[in-house]
Write a protein that binds this ligand. Structure first.
Ligand code: NAI
Ligand code: AKG
Length: 528
């Protein structure tokens, strides 16, 4: 069945065309994001949700999203998405990190000029026939200091534009390296120094607990008298009441505000302040940017829904369209190894070690580890998947270790999963042969070669003559048909393991009968 995608915000028609052309059933309801009840009623039918900023993906909405696999944000900020809850539910959240950066940077520069030359107010006055030539004295930008808070994709474009305008640029960004600052031609400074030196301050950080209220009364007090403040990033970076007071007092000469604490901003404390220029979250609103983000989000979501390729996800490692098919059998093997170990683990899990050897060590092992953790935890938590498994493991304090050795051993590729519990370590290893089928090749260090079917019996016993015949007879007498039979032992007369694929799940009676056989040490029904 074709996957279904809902677009609940206004997106370029390009997105609809891409989904349709790739065989995805698409529902385009550009105003649905504003109607949370109707959205909650409908969301259960969809595999994908494409949004901009109007749709709020809350935990309540996610509760109803039973089939949802991917949320695509046609834009950058995902503060309208409850990413931790989406992750726990196994829903991938992806964005389009570059598609609207230039446009948003240009908006910040446009706002700087609009404020510095009071263009909107002068326009209103002129069109009212007032010709108030002396009222609108502006500020020249050349040689002024531009302070950029957050020098990532957008901030660095703003910085480059500022340098192009002959401004001196200082930047505060804890993740900006000295080399990158040099390359950009900006001076890396601490926040207080930026406040002290900048004539124009522009913000380009995400809204996080660290950046919330980064510009408040105390920060404004450190700034130059007559500073200009631009916010084209997120409402919430600036304390709106404090900015209003500073505009009223003249401490801040003007502000350009594109984003508000509450959006849509219909009645905001800033409105009516002197030399304030506002736009209704237009940072990304050019046809070029909207075309870019619509195209990108639709391609990324379609790739994921149709091929498993992951690009620009915030809660899952990337898997390219080329590597997705190559990775599939290894992800299946990793999940089977995890599931095998998970079904045999009865005491508290403390840690998991994944060892990748040979060709597989050069692959996307983070994705494989996520698959292994999924298999491991599924016996306990039915809804876990490769998105949620690493987060759940972290939450439960399970230490996950990855070891990669690129040299080949006896196999071209080899994955060993070791589970560390309070009582013991147990390992299981496997490989993928050239036929693309995963095989289990070691259990607890004992060599064997088994393909895992849907229903398996795992039997451990003392290695003595006659046991295999008795096991076969017991299963035959119980009407259980054997599909494959795989054996291994550590030493002659030592511990032996049988992995038996059977056509139907083993009943409790069958398990009891096998358990009662002489030499048996453990019996377990496994399902894959
Ligand atoms: N007005 C609009 O329509 C648009 C607004 N945005 C906003 O712009 C923001 C920035 O976008 P990008 O540049 O693409 O993101 P980015 O991730 O490339 O850059 C953000 C930068 O902020 C820095 N940062 C994080 N915490 C910081 C802190 N406490 N202090 C200083 N710097 C900090 C990061 O190190 C990073 O370099 C987005 O998060 C989004 O909220 C983005 C697009 C359109
Ligand atoms: O979609 C929009 O218009 C807003 C863009 C935005 O804020 C973002 O990409 O973070």
């Amino acid at each position: 069945m074709a996957p279904k995608v809902l677009i609940s915000d206004k997106l370029s028609p390009t997105a609809v065309d891409i989904f349709k052309n790739r065989g995805i059933e698409v529902t385009y309801e550009p105003d649905l994001g504003k109607d949370k009840d109707k959205l909650a009623e409908m969301i259960g039918q969809f595999d994908g949700l494409a949004i901009r900023s109007a749709t709020k993906v809350t935990d309540k909405l996610l509760e109803k999203a039973d089939n949802l696999k991917v949320i695509g944000r046609a834009g950058i900020g995902v503060d309208n998405v409850d990413v931790p809850t989406a992750t726990k539910k196994g829903v991938i959240v992806m964005n389009t990190p570059f598609g609207n950066s230039i446009t948003t940077a240009e908006h910040a520069i446009a706002m700087m000029f609009a404020v510095a030359r009071q263009i909107p107010a002068a326009d209103v006055s002129t069109q009212a026939g007032k010709w108030e030539k002396n009222k609108f004295m502006g500020t020249e930008i050349t040689s002024k200091t531009l302070g950029v808070i957050g020098c990532g994709n957008i901030g660095s474009i703003v910085a480059a534009r500022g340098i192009g305008l002959s401004m001196r640029v200082v930047a505060f960004d804890p993740f900006l390296s000295v080399d990158r600052a040099l390359e950009l031609g900006v001076e890396k400074v601490e926040l207080d120094e930026l406040f002290r030196r900048a004539d124009v301050i522009t913000m380009h950080t995400p809204l996080t607990e660290k950046t919330r209220n980064i510009v408040d009364a105390a920060a404004i007090a450190k700034m130059k008298d007559g500073v200009i403040i631009i916010n084209c990033a997120r409402g919430g970076l600036v304390v709106e009441e404090d900015l209003r007071a500073a505009l009223d007092s003249g401490k801040v000469a003007g502000a350009g505000v594109d984003v508000f604490v509450e959006e849509p901003a219909k009645d905001n404390v800033l409105f009516g302040a002197p030399n304030l220029v506002c736009t209704p979250h237009l940072g990304a609103a050019t046809s070029e940017a909207q075309e870019n983000v619509a195209l990108q989000v639709a391609e990324q979501m379609a790739d994921y829904l149709l091929t498993g390729a992951v690009t620009n996800a915030l809660n899952m490692p990337s898997i390219s369209a080329e590597e997705a098919p190559r990775l599939t059998p290894f992800a299946k093997l990793a999940e089977q190894l995890g599931s095998f170990a998970g079904q045999l683990t009865e005491s508290g899990l403390k840690g998991v070690r994944l060892e990748y050897e040979g060709d597989v060590a050069e692959m996307n092992t983070r994705a494989l580890t996520s698959a292994a953790l999924t298999g491991l935890m599924r016996p306990l938590l039915q809804d876990v998947n490769a998105v949620s498994a690493p987060a759940i493991a972290r939450e439960r304090g399970i230490n996950v270790e990855e070891v990669r050795r690129e040299q080949r051993g006896a196999y071209e590729n080899y994955i060993r999963l070791t589970v560390i519990t309070e009582r013991q370590e147990r390992s299981v290893a496997g490989t993928v042969f050239t036929d693309g089928k995963p095989r289990v090749i070691q259990v607890k260090g004992i060599n064997m070669e088994a393909e895992l079917g849907t229903h398996m019996l795992y039997v451990t016993n003392e290695d003595k003559p006659g046991f295999i015949g008795r096991l076969g007879t017991t299963l035959g007498e119980a009407g259980v048909n054997i599909a494959t039979f795989n054996l291994g032992r550590d030493t002659r007369g030592g511990e032996a393991i049988c992995l038996v694929e059977i056509d139907e799940p083993a009943s409790q009676d069958v398990l009891k009968a096998v358990n009662a056989l002489p030499l048996v040490t453990q019996v377990k029904a496994l399902a894959f």
